[in-house]
Design a protein around this ligand. Structure first.
Ligand code: NAP
Ligand code: FE
Length: 378
């Protein structure tokens, strides 16, 4: 099966589409973060909504890498305003927060632990039909949350997913003017997440020809354009912006694997894209050493990039990390703190739902080894 719920509008200036889309709505709530206000995109979005004749309210303080506490903090404000359209204007963090708020606004009887994938061996409660319309306008080029059915939130420093088609946005507006203002580090971290999404989605057990097409195009774009985009090249930023959504469509269908399971459980250490970039080469090496299928799939990606085989792909991934300045894990966290949480992280990663899609089923002990290798930079 291949599906996509979200309608996609792309192109420079496409933020203006809000004029049309907000029409017919009474109360529109824009959820965003500081940078969007600073760079004037919030003002612009508010103007379009007002031109459409709707009442608009904006909440601007949404944090990066959100924890479940953000729901308690912002849900009362959402309820008080009573919107019939939610607009998430920002990075993956803003979009994920808005998706979670939509769930508990539309279905107040639910709670996070009840519906999140806390453990792959137990099934969460189904989410009922949700009514409030959701438009996502990504300002980073990475998470793919503007098309995905997932919202990722931290609890005690560890990330868990809510996954349901009900929170996949109804519309995604990809205006390449927005990611132009990303600082280099945000562009790099989110851009490398696109690569991880592409490579993981291409190698899961449920990938198909349709998700492959999206994954491959995204992977090729990262290798061709990420570094130029980090220099601020406009065309490259635009290409990366669309590639991010393509990778999102790939993993919406093919899901993700061990690398995301590991980064979710290490979320207390640093930003999502950066952790993924650090873990990816270790996970690829592990998958390739254990599975003919993984090697075959990595070989296919390699050939698309005019490389010989999976070994050359692995080198290319490592070199891209180096050239873009991805630090070693040991630069992000001191050894004592890391070691104290290591066993818990490995155990929790083993219980992450994404493990079921990875080409290899790792043992908790093997995940522990991978964390350690990444820490030691081996
Ligand atoms: P992000 O956490 O949304 O944004 C990182 C920072 O970039 C923010 O602090 C923001 O600063 C700044 N920023 C964003 N856009 C900017 C712009 N255009 N100009 C200047 N600054 C900008 O980064 P992200 O990589 O997109 O999202 C990461 C999150 O997405 C993680 O929580 C991860 O778990 C999640 N994720 C979700 C999915 C999914 O399917 N749902 C998939 C992958 C990742 P301000 O706060 O100052 O605005
Ligand atoms: Fe990701």
């Amino acid at each position: 099966m291949f599906w996509l719920k979200t309608k996609i509008i792309e192109g420079k200036g496409s933020l203006g589409r809000l004029k049309k889309e907000a029409r017919g709505h009474e109360r529109v709530l824009i959820l965003t973060s500081r940078s969007m206000k600073r760079h004037g995109f919030l003002r612009e979005a508010e103007d379009y909504v007002e031109e459409a004749g709707a009442e608009v309210l904006s909440i601007t303080g949404l944090p990066a890498e959100p924890s479940v506490e953000v729901i308690e903090e912002f849900l009362p404000k959402v309820r008080e305003f009573g919107p019939d359209l939610l607009i998430a204007l920002g990075g993956g963090s803003v979009i994920d927060t808005t998706k979670a708020l939509k769930v508990f606004y539309d279905a107040p009887e639910l709670n996070f632990e009840g519906i999140a994938f806390m453990d792959r061996f137990s099934k969460p409660k189904p989410v009922p039909k949700l009514r409030t319309r959701l438009i996502a306008i990504p300002s980073t080029s990475g998470a793919g949350s503007e098309v995905s059915g997932a919202s990722v939130l931290k609890k005690d420093g560890i990330k868990y997913n809510i996954v349901t088609p009900e929170i996949a946005p109804d519309l995604a507006i990809l205006d390449p003017r927005l990611p132009m203002t990303m600082p280099r580090e945000v562009a790099r971290n989110s851009g490398l997440d696109v690569l991880v999404h592409g490579i993981e989605a291409y190698t899961t057990r449920v990938a198909n020809d349709f998700s492959d097409a999206m994954a491959i195009r995204a992977i090729k774009t990262v290798f061709a354009f990420l570094e130029k985009s980090l220099e601020g090249d406009e065309e490259a930023r635009e290409k990366m912006h669309y590639a991010s959504t393509m990778a999102g469509i790939a993993f919406l269908n093919a899901r993700l694997g061990l690398c995301h399971a590991m980064s979710h459980k290490a979320a207390w250490i640093g930003p999502h894209g950066l952790l993924n970039a650090i873990f990816l080469p270790y996970v690829m090496e592990f998958n390739a050493s254990k599975s003919d299928y993984a090697r075959k799939r990595y070989d296919e990606i390699a050939r698309e990039l005019n490389l010989k085989d999976w070994k050359e792909l692995l080198s290319a991934v490592r070199e891209l990390n180096e050239r873009t300045g991805v630090p070693e894990l040991s630069k992000l966290i001191d050894e004592e703190t890391f070691m104290a949480r290591l066993n818990g992280m490995a155990e929790k990663a083993y219980h992450d739902g994404l493990i079921s899609f990875n080409p290899v089923e790792p043992k908790p002990e093997e995940i522990r080894e991978l964390y350690l290798k990444a820490y030691r930079g081996e």
